[in-house]
Design a protein around this ligand. Structure first.
Ligand SMILES: [Zn+2]
Length: 398
């Protein structure tokens, strides 16, 4: 907790600083000091993490960020239960109770200062994973790539890459994200290649000749000329053309569907029926349906993913010394959250499913028992598989 101001090349907190509570709001440190002096810092409490609502009134979110929370709180004097990462959840149960995604139990003073980083971890990751899942659902079987790392600070690139992958995206773009997730990073060329090589033909020939053989050849076809013109050049220059990408600025789009149709026609005409058409640039939930209709095979989605609205979870004490407590506007008492294994419905205070009348089981898994790891967080592939399976049965609107 040093008082000096060490010079900082990049404005990113280190894991040590986060663990030391240096990124926590100071009022927690001050509260802790007051409680200590008052002899009340060992009060046994139960706290729950829940949200009052989701961005844009969305019916469900994807719970993401738990793995970091487990790492943050391990070896602290606290027990932790949570719905598994990758679970879809509504903001409230059918009875109208805000759905607790995490439950903490232990002496308040032993973990109070971690409220700030804990919330930050799940709020941002869940926001990005939820947006990714919505785009995944809209795009159906078409490929979706994450292009949004450049819009956010590089210090959180791994967080973005992991969260979009959990939400069901097909590929990420950075070597660091690829190593972390056990994937191949996807990407071939920016406009700069065409400019530096002196034109699209020169760029595509160089790409064909020099790009690592195992990387699928995808040509960016809107640098200098009409997309149709550059598509023809790419088709001629790259025999094993895997696809073309249109990053057309909105000021040049006109009838974008018609442009996509033309590009398809020219590629087919030249024997590139298998070459895919990808689009990127300002792609979001609103623009995807029309592009799907135009015959687009894949999307590069950037800002709308990486700067997705956070899910505003809050942490509230709901029980003290075994007695229900709560601030105004919150539901007191520890909630026994149950979930139906058949349809995924949640409810508290009952084991009968509100949807199918079937028997529900506890929605929680325990991850920490007084700081000891009970269950290691599952590998990210399993978290993603859960999100994708639950996404199958989810609908986009309430
Ligand atoms: Zn059910």
């Amino acid at each position: 907790m040093g008082k000096e101001h060490p010079s900082r090349e990049f404005f990113v907190a280190t894991p040590e600083e986060i663990r030391a509570g240096r990124t926590s709001d100071v009022y927690f440190h001050r509260t802790l000091e007051i409680l200590r002096k008052a002899g009340r810092d060992r009060e046994p409490v139960v706290a729950e993490v829940s949200t009052g609502g989701l961005p844009n009134g969305w019916p469900w979110g994807v719970f993401c960020g738990l793995e970091e929370v487990v790492h943050l709180l391990r070896d602290r004097n606290v027990s932790l239960w949570a719905i598994p990462e990758g679970s879809l959840f509504p903001p409230k149960t059918p009875r109208g109770v805000p759905l607790p995604v995490i439950v903490l139990e232990g002496p308040y003073g032993d973990w109070a200062v971690y409220e700030t980083p804990l919330l930050g971890m799940v709020c941002q990751a869940s926001g990005i994973a939820t947006r990714a899942a919505r785009i995944r659902k809209l795009a159906g079987t078409k490929q979706v790539f994450s292009f949004g790392v450049r819009r956010m600070h590089p210090g959180i690139a791994p967080l973005i890459e992991r969260s979009v992958y959990v939400g069901g995206l097909d590929a990420i773009t950075t070597p660091l994200g690829a190593d972390m997730l056990g994937l191949a990073a996807m990407g071939t060329m920016p406009h700069a290649l065409t400019i530096v090589m002196g034109g699209p033909r020169e760029a595509f020939l160089a790409l064909h000749k020099h790009l690592e053989k195992k990387v699928p050849r995808i040509a960016l076809i809107d640098t200098y000329y009409d997309e149709k013109t550059e598509a023809v050049i790419a088709a001629e220059a790259i025999p094993d053309l895997a696809g073309v990408r249109l990053d057309t600025p909105s000021s040049r789009r006109g009838n974008f569907a018609a442009i996509v149709h033309e590009v398809r026609w020219e590629l087919d005409l030249r024997g590139h029926k298998d070459a895919k058409i990808y689009v990127s640039g300002s792609i979001d939930e609103a623009t995807i349906p029309a592009l799907l209709e135009a015959g687009v095979d894949g999307f590069g989605v950037g800002t709308s993913l990486s700067s997705a609205a956070t899910i505003d979870f809050a942490l509230d004490i709901v029980e003290m010394r075994g007695k229900p407590v709560a601030k105004r506007g919150k539901f007191g008492g520890r909630k026994a959250l149950a979930r139906c294994p058949k349809d995924g419905a949640y409810e508290v205070g009952t084991t009968t499913c509100p949807v199918c009348d079937g028997k529900m089981a506890s929605a929680y898994e325990q991850y920490l028992d007084v700081g000891s790891v009970v269950a290691d967080p599952p590998p990210v592939a399993k978290v993603r598989a859960r999100a994708l399976a639950e996404l199958e049965r989810a609908s986009m609107s309430p």
